[in-house]
Design a protein around this ligand. Sequence first.
Ligand SMILES: C[S@@+](CC[C@H](N)C(=O)[O-])C[C@H]1O[C@@H](n2cnc3c(N)ncnc32)[C@H](O)[C@@H]1O
Length: 220
Amino acid sequence: MTEALYDAHADWYEDYIAAADFYAEQVHPLLEGLLGPGEGACLDVCCGTGARAPVLAALGWTPVGVDLSRGQLRHAARRLPVAVADAVALPVADASVPAAVCVLASTDVRDYAAVTAEIARVLRPGGRFVHVGVHPCFVGAFADWSERPTVVIDERYADRGHTRDAWNPEGVRARVGAWHVPMAELLNGVTGAGLRLARVAERGRGGVPELFGLVAVKPG
Ligand SMILES: C[S@@+](CC[C@H](N)C(=O)[O-])C[C@H]1O[C@@H](n2cnc3c(N)ncnc32)[C@H](O)[C@@H]1O
C-alpha cells in the first residue's frame, strides 16, 4: 500500500477546507452538475475528510468513503461510512455500485489510470463515474498564479514526477506534493478503462479555469 502522506496533515486539511470558500463556490457546483441526482451508493474514492459527503447526500446518493489515510478518515467518519483502502484495490465487488466520484485526488495518486480502471471494475453497467480535479493544463507545479490574472505556464507541463514545487507556499501541494496528470493521459485513462466519456466541464473564478471535471458511464 502507498504511504498515507495526509496522516501528518489531516487536522490541518480539515480546517483548511472548512475555511476556504473555493470548495463551496467552485468545486461543489461542478460536482453537483456532473453527478446529478440519484439513489444508492456513491463511492467517494479518496474521500479525505469527507468534505464532499454532504453534496452527494443532498443529491439523493448514499455516500461511502474510501481513503488511504487513517488521519483523514478520523474526520470523515463523522460524515459518512468509511473504509481504509488503496484506491487501486477497492474493497468492493465487481459491477456493484451505481456511482463513484473522485474529487481533487488525481494529483495525489501515482497512477490515476489504475484508479480509474478500478472504479470501472466496481461500477454497475450504466453506472457513472465523476472526476473533479485541478485543471491539468493550468494548475500544477508548471503554473504560476501569483500575478493573477496572468497565469504563467512553463515546460514542466511535460514532467510527470512527484513534486512539492508550488507557487503557493500555504497550499496543499507545498505540504504533500502532487503528481501531474496531463490532459491526454487523464482522458485516455478513462476511455482505456472501458468507460464512455459523456461530458466534460471546466470551472474557475476568472477566464482561466482552475478545475476540470468529467462524467463517464460504464456501458451495458
Ligand atoms: C486533496 S485530498 C482530497 C480529499 C477529498 N476528496 C476532498 O475533495 O477534499 C486527496 C486524498 O487522496 C487520498 N489518497 C491519496 N492516495 C490514495 C490512494 N492510493 N488510495 C486512497 N486514497 C488516497 C489522500 O489520503 C487524501 O485524503
